[in-house]
Design a protein around this ligand. Structure first.
Ligand SMILES: Cc1ncc(COP(=O)(O)O)c(C=O)c1O
Length: 506
């Protein structure tokens, strides 16, 4: 049986998150209006913010204004809806009931939503219901399948295939709609595109050039082509996207450069292997392609995050051999959110010349950007960008996505949500007999080794995932990817299913 869940729209969740941020460092609170739905679920129809009328300090306590409650009760007398529950925030705490919360269970029928806030930014929101005797809380699922954000799979969805399956964030959809309200100059002459360079320069704490594109393959191949002559070699991890998944686009865009795979550990290039490849590269030898570029993936294809020091070691080798450095940041947001390092520390300060800055996987409709730290290459990149078919006549629709994505830290909030669900999943799977993580959970991708019977059972139960590596039919490792819109209920259903299957297989 799946966990009972609370259904609310993404907009309602965002109202709660914004209230939690506005009240920080105090607790925010309010009431949830709605009704119970068939199958032990609850459906929220409205969220009503309250003043926190608890005695100060309100950093650890909340109390909903009784006047609000009375007013709502009066208004709802003739309505099928009623006061369903309460929401509040935990500044610098977890989205879990505290001892104080447990001591405040006076109405066991009420559901509770708790939002964690760290450094003024809302993180996870979790749902709970008190036990009948009021002595504890049980977790509920949180279903963001409200009508505004109806998603494939409904309440029983367990989709861990990829972050490419994610929905678009409403802020980004709204920005595109807004950009559509009037005419605007074509080919990047519009205000949205012109605003990108100042905004990205501020984000990266240095002047950058920004070239919006619509796929990660375009970002990577146009970027590396700008850093590599036709006779060059691009060194990348053996499992890197530029090496394996781009149908030769980097070679094509460079006009003939070679991509050479280097040994890696969990997606991180092994420095000694890079040194060895460069030592044997035949530098200066006219019969050989010449070392030109190093491409690093952050976070890696195995969900690992290079530290600035690890990057510096690799970019130091690159510099000594006169290689330019590219970073495939299709999941750059997950790396920044997961490491707590600044965008600058993970790029130019660590020796990166050009970044493929991903947004599509993390809430955009289709938008990526090439962020260029080396101004001298900007002129060439502009021509390559056009020749690659990436200078869209209606560029504003791509640029509006990117602008909304980085505005007010949205990109990091979305990535934090994805990363947090990966942590929840990793913890949940820890107790499953026979399960082990092939690599530590650092960003939003987990690689989990499981007994065959459990893997088959998960697939039969409707869990969507890919085996890893996909080309190995005997593998007992699966890849589970969490998204900005993965909700905790989705994770919990997978964990419960895995527990049940492992117990049956034992
Ligand atoms: C590491 C990495 N780079 C780049 C991409 C982007 O590729 P696409 O051309 O499909 O947008 C992906 C997509 O899966 C990826 O995983």
């Amino acid at each position: 049986m799946s966990t009972p869940s609370v259904r609310l729209s993404l907009e309602q969740l965002q109202t709660i998150e914004r209230a939690a941020e506005a009240a920080y460092p105090e607790e925010a609170c309010g009431l949830l209006i709605g009704r119970s739905a068939p199958g032990g679920a609850w459906r929220v129809s409205a969220v009503e913010a309250s003043a926190n009328v608890a005695e100060p300090p309100r950093t650890r306590r909340f109390e909903v204004d009784p006047k609000l409650r009375l007013r709502l009760e009066r208004e709802l007398r003739e309505s099928p809806d009623s006061i369903l529950g309460v929401y509040h925030s935990h500044p610098n705490g977890r989205a879990e009931p505290s001892e104080t919360d447990i001591s405040m269970i006076f109405e066991p029928h009420m559901i509770w939503l708790i939002t964690a806030v760290a450094d003024g930014r809302a993180g996870a929101t979790m749902a709970y219901k008190p036990t009948e005797d009021g002595s504890a809380f049980r977790p509920l699922g949180l279903d963001l399948g409200g009508k505004e954000t109806e998603r494939v799979g409904g309440t029983d969805r367990m989709d861990f295939r990829s972050d490419n399956v994610a929905s678009a964030a409403p802020e980004i959809v709204d920005a595109v709609v807004e950009a559509s309200r009037s005419s605007a100059a074509p080919y990047g002459g519009d205000p949205w595109t012109l605003g990108l360079e100042p905004a990205f320069s501020e984000l990266f704490e240095t002047p950058v050039k920004v070239f919006p594109v619509v796929t990660g393959t375009a970002a990577n191949s146009v970027a590396v082509a700008t850093l590599t002559p036709p006779w060059g070699v691009i060194y990348a991890g053996r499992a890197a996207h530029v090496e394996n998944d781009e149908c030769g686009a980097p070679e094509f865009m460079t006009g003939g450069a070679k991509v050479t795979g280097i040994d890696e550990r969990f997606g991180k290039i092994v420095p000694e292997a890079l040194e060895a490849a460069l030592a044997a590269a035949g530098t200066g030898e006219v019969h050989w392609s010449q070392p030109a570029c190093l491409s690093l993936t952050q976070s890696t294809e195995m969900g690992q995050i290079y530290t600035p020091d690890e990057l510096a070691v690799l970019t130091g080798i690159a510099r000594r051999h006169a290689l330019a450095v590219h970073m495939d940041g299709a999941r750059f947001a997950n790396a920044v959110a997961g490491s707590g390092k600044s965008p600058a520390d993970l790029t130019w300060r660590a020796g990166v010349d050009a970044l493929s800055f991903g947004a599509t996987k993390n809430g955009a409709l289709a938008a990526e950007a090439i962020v260029l730290f080396d101004d001298a290459r900007a002129g060439e990149l502009a021509f390559r960008h056009k020749r690659a078919g990436q200078l869209l006549s209606k560029m504003r629709f791509v640029s509006a996505q990117l602008a909304a994505y980085i505005a007010d830290g949205l990109w990091l909030r979305l990535a934090e949500q994805a990363n947090r669900q990966a942590q929840r999943l990793a913890h949940g799977l820890e107790g499953v007999p026979g399960a082990s993580l092939a690599v530590p959970a650092e960003a939003n991708e987990l690689f989990v080794t499981l007994p065959r019977a459990v893997i088959d059972g998960l697939a039969e139960a409707g869990v969507l995932f890919y085996s890893w590596p996909e080309t190995d039919p005997a593998t007992t490792t699966i890849r589970l990817v969490t998204r900005h819109d993965t909700d905790p209920g989705e994770v919990d259903r997978l964990v419960e299913t895995a527990h049940r299957l492992a117990a049956a297989a034992a």
